[in-house]
Design a protein around this ligand. Structure first.
Ligand code: ZN
Length: 148
């Protein structure tokens, strides 16, 4: 993980982070009040964003990262090349989301995860390999996610 400043980001990283930040504003989190926005870039350079969506039952909450990934899948993308996440604390995805992200990294531990707080001041760049070491993914079962 390395902490960076806005000026250190590439244009593509800025775009991804802004997409995540904007989507965070649309989060539906009336119970936890913990809004999260995420954005993924697919193998064709397209960006898909998502936010968390809670339900009154307090179960089956959609996480922002999962929402963005599902939107990528629904639009034909299959491979994450980068992901950004914005929340109150700096955007490190939860454990469940790390597994979900890994599913579509196609075994590449170097996919970058950019996390930031809502002011986009506290920015940190991880790799999925740092966040999810000793991972279990589709490759363990001989599955190539791009074929499905
Ligand atoms: Zn999550």
């Amino acid at each position: 993980m390395r902490k960076v400043k806005w000026d250190d980001l590439t244009e593509g990283q800025e775009q991804l982070l802004v997409s995540a930040r904007m989507c965070r504003d649309r989060a539906y989190a009336p119970y936890s009040k913990y809004k999260v926005g995420a954005a993924v870039k697919d193998e064709n350079g397209r960006i898909f964003s998502g936010c968390n969506v809670e339900l009154v039952t307090l179960s089956r909450t959609t996480h922002a990262e999962g929402n963005a990934i599902d939107t990528m899948i629904a639009n034909g993308g299959r491979k994450i090349t980068a992901l950004a996440c914005v929340d109150n604390d700096g955007g490190a995805p939860c454990g469940e989301c790390r597994q979900r992200i890994w599913e579509f990294c196609h075994g590449n531990p170097d996919v970058s995860i950019i996390g930031a707080d809502i002011d986009l001041k506290n920015i940190q760049i991880f790799t999925i390999g740092e966040l999810y070491p000793y991972s279990f993914g589709p490759e363990a079962l001989g599955i190539d996610p791009s074929k499905y």
